[in-house]
Design a binder for this molecule. Structure first.
Ligand SMILES: O=C(O)[C@H](O)[C@@H](O)[C@H](O)[C@H](O)COP(=O)(O)O
Length: 223
């Protein structure tokens, strides 16, 4: 794993948006389509604000989340809502969105149709991930009911219920995340930096983020 430290978060977000745009551009030079996976949560919004305005052949880019909270799109907990408000706008509105949520059923019920839609768009060309202070990444949480499957199984998606998550989740598997051609993790704050250092010496069962660190670039700013 490579660690890049930034003087401040604002610089980190601008830099990271440029890096992601450059990598997507590079993918589109050799492939007909590129797939970008991004996290929800509170950290990546400023990256989306930059990235959405980038001059790129967005019509050839598939955009998806790394994980979703199983809540309707009008909930302020919905990562889909965040993406639609801040990434899939401006030039990036031309991208092809691959949903991780569908109305009218549980994650377990909807998972086959969501997976079938994603399968032809893999591997992920550029994957951006977040991390929680409890060392979860995507929605692969320590102590979660399907932790073992999400870490070691080969399915694309797993439903997930975890003590640390207020609602049911759906997440890409570690298998799919590890097969991403380029992988970035974005974290902010001293507590997450400490958690990252701790995770490097723990098993993936204790620190799920450890399962995707090898070959990843971690971007960190204190504030
Ligand atoms: O839906 C989610 O919550 C995310 O996709 C999740 O994996 C997130 O990246 C981390 O929890 C960090 O969240 P923050 O950026 O809010 O700290």
């Amino acid at each position: 794993m490579e660690l890049i430290e930034y003087a401040d978060a604002e610089m980190m977000m601008i830099d990271l948006a440029n890096v992601i745009a450059g990598e997507l551009r590079e993918s589109l030079q050799s492939d007909e389509f590129a797939t970008l996976a991004v996290p929800g949560g509170t950290t990546p919004g400023p990256i989306f604000d930059q990235l959405c305005a980038v001059d790129l052949d967005w019509a050839r880019v598939n955009v998806m989340l790394t994980d979703e909270r199983w809540v309707p799109e009008d909930s302020d907990r919905s990562n889909t809502r965040l993406l639609k408000q801040r990434l899939l706008v401006d030039r990036a509105a031309a991208a092809n969105y691959l949903p991780l949520y569908a109305d009218g059923g549980t994650a377990e019920e909807k998972l086959p149709e969501l997976s079938a839609n994603i399968a032809p768009k893999l591997p992920i060309s550029v994957c951006l991930l977040g991390m929680g202070a409890d060392m979860h990444t995507a929605s692969i949480f320590p102590g979660a009911d399907r932790l073992n499957d999400a870490l070691h199984g080969t399915d694309i998606l797993y439903p997930m219920r975890a003590p640390g998550a207020p609602e049911p989740r759906i997440t890409l598997s570690a298998h799919v995340l590890r097969h991403a051609i380029r992988r970035h993790i974005v974290i902010k704050g001293a507590d997450k930096r400490e958690a990252l250092e701790k995770a490097r010496h723990l098993s993936a069962d204790e620190a799920p983020v450890a399962s995707i660190l090898s070959g990843a670039t971690v971007h960190w700013a204190e504030s």
